[in-house]
Design a protein around this ligand. Structure first.
Ligand code: ADP
Ligand code: ADP
Length: 228
């Protein structure tokens, strides 16, 4: 469902962020992306959700060649991909409910569906009771749960998570991991960049290691494999 063929990305600065990456990620896989800072992990993820376009090579997501996508088709691909960040990126003046509802309003979902679906995903992430709070009134772990609710509300086939536990303490991180595992179990492909050794070594999912813009390891039931 996600396929890269000899993908290169050079930024205008001259940084060679990816250098000849080829990989296939199947429907319903859970993949950890590991590697040192600056290795190209974020670039790899940004290419999947079309935040960046490749300098060379092909990327297909759900059958769309997304490097060559016409501008008007980008929303169709984006709505099928939920994205989660280390810093949550919630809208600060909106309530938890409104942050999640906003993702449905953007794709012009029918109003009558919105309330039911938003409350359903808030329940799934365990925060129905805090629907009326603004992000500043929520803990980091709770904010990340709201971000996850927002990422899944439109039923995407893929979730891209860039260091989703990077700002959280170990116990809270495990709660987030269990939630992502549950979402994966329900049928969503998950690609997650992480520096969290314990999580990778305990969950034993597929591991892609990126160094200097290249995939240097692709391991089923893999481990973190670094000393930092
Ligand atoms: P990682 O996520 O593994 O830390 P990145 O994909 O963020 O790695 O970065 C890979 C390389 O590309 C680094 O050398 C980084 O400085 C560079 N880079 C990343 N984003 C940009 C950008 N927007 N403009 C210029 N260089 C960038
Ligand atoms: P309550 O718990 O007050 O019976 P809900 O469980 O429906 O109501 O919602 C909890 C909170 O979520 C509400 O206090 C409100 O802030 C927010 N909320 C619910 N529905 C909406 C909506 N349609 N628009 C904006 N906020 C809403």
């Amino acid at each position: 469902m996600i396929e890269m063929q000899d993908v290169w990305k050079t930024y205008p600065s001259g940084a060679h962020a990816l250098q000849g990456v080829s990989v296939k990620i199947n429907r319903n896989e859970f993949v950890y992306v590991v590697g040192p800072s600056g290795a190209g992990k974020s670039t790899f993820m940004k290419l999947i959700y079309r935040e960046e376009v490749p300098t060379k090579g092909q990327i297909s997501v759900n059958g769309f060649n997304i490097g060559k996508l016409k501008q008007r088709k980008i929303p169709y691909v984006r709505r099928n991909i939920g994205v989660i960040f280390q810093d949550y990126r919630l809208l600060p003046k909106l309530t938890a409910y409104e942050n999640v509802a906003f993702a449905m309003e953007v794709i012009e979902a029918p109003q009558r569906l919105i309330k039911r679906r938003v409350m359903e995903v808030l329940e799934l992430v365990g925060l129905k009771a805090k629907a009326g709070r603004e992000p500043s009134q929520l803990s980091g772990g709770e904010q990340q749960r709201i971000a996850i609710a927002r990422a899944i509300v439109n039923n995407p086939s893929v979730i891209i998570a860039d260091e989703p536990t990077g700002n959280l303490d170990p116990e809270t991180s495990w709660g987030i991991m269990q939630l992502l595992d549950e979402i994966n179990f329900r049928g969503t492909t998950i690609v997650m960049a992480t520096h969290n050794r314990d999580i990778v070594n305990t969950m034993r999912k597929r591991v892609l290691a990126i160094e200097h813009g290249q995939i240097v390891r692709d391991q089923q039931r893999g481990d973190y494999g670094y000393e930092f």
